[in-house]
Design a protein around this ligand. Structure first.
Ligand SMILES: [Fe+2]
Ligand SMILES: [Fe+2]
Length: 149
C-alpha cells in the first residue's frame, strides 16, 4: 500500500466520525463518544503523517512551505477538538463548533489529497511511497495500540 492509499483510507474514517458529531439524530452521549474516537484517530494520524510524510517531504526544499502549512493545520484542528471537548454535547453551542471542526477538517483532508499529493508524487519514487506507506501503517497501529492499554 502506498503512503497515498494509507493516508486516504484513514481520512475516510475521520470523515465518518466527524459526520457523527454534526448528526442531529445522534444523542449527546453518542456525539461525545464520537468526539473521543475522532480525537484518538486524529492524534495518531497526525503524528504518523508528520513522521512518515511531511518530514521526508521537507528534506526537499520545494515542499517546505506547504508541509509547514499542513502541520500548522494539525495544530489548528487540535485547538478546535479541545474547544469541542469543553462544550456540553447537549448545549446549543455544540453544533456550530462541530460544524466548524468538520469544515476545517474537510479543508485539510482535501488539501492533502489534492495539492500535497501532487507535490509529493513529484518527489517520492514508487519504492519510497510504498516504504513510507508501510511505515505510516506501523506507526498508526503502534500509536492506536497504546490507547487500548
Ligand atoms: Fe494531516
Ligand atoms: Fe491526513
Amino acid at each position: 500500500m502506498t503512503i497515498y492509499e494509507a493516508i486516504c483510507d484513514d481520512h475516510a474514517q475521520q470523515r465518518t466520525l466527524v459526520g457523527r458529531l454534526v448528526d442531529l439524530q445522534s444523542s449527546p452521549a453518542e456525539r461525545s463518544a464520537a468526539l473521543g474516537a475522532l480525537c484518538r484517530v486524529l492524534d495518531s494520524h497526525a503524528l504518523a503523517e508528520e513522521r512518515c510524510f511531511y518530514v521526508p517531504l521537507m528534506l526537499h526544499g520545494s515542499t517546505v512551505a506547504q508541509s509547514r502549512h499542513g502541520i500548522a493545520e494539525h495544530r489548528e484542528l487540535d485547538g478546535l477538538i479541545a474547544t469541542l471537548g469543553d462544550t456540553d454535547a447537549a448545549s446549543p453551542t455544540w453544533l456550530p463548533a462541530a460544524r466548524r471542526l468538520q469544515r476545517r477538517l474537510e479543508h485539510h483532508l482535501t488539501e492533502e489529497e489534492g495539492e500535497m499529493f501532487v507535490l509529493a508524487r513529484e518527489i517520492l519514487d514508487p519504492g519510497e511511497s510504498a516504504h513510507l506507506g508501510r511505515r505510516f501503517l506501523e506507526e498508526i497501529h503502534f500509536e492506536r495500540g497504546r490507547y487500548r492499554h
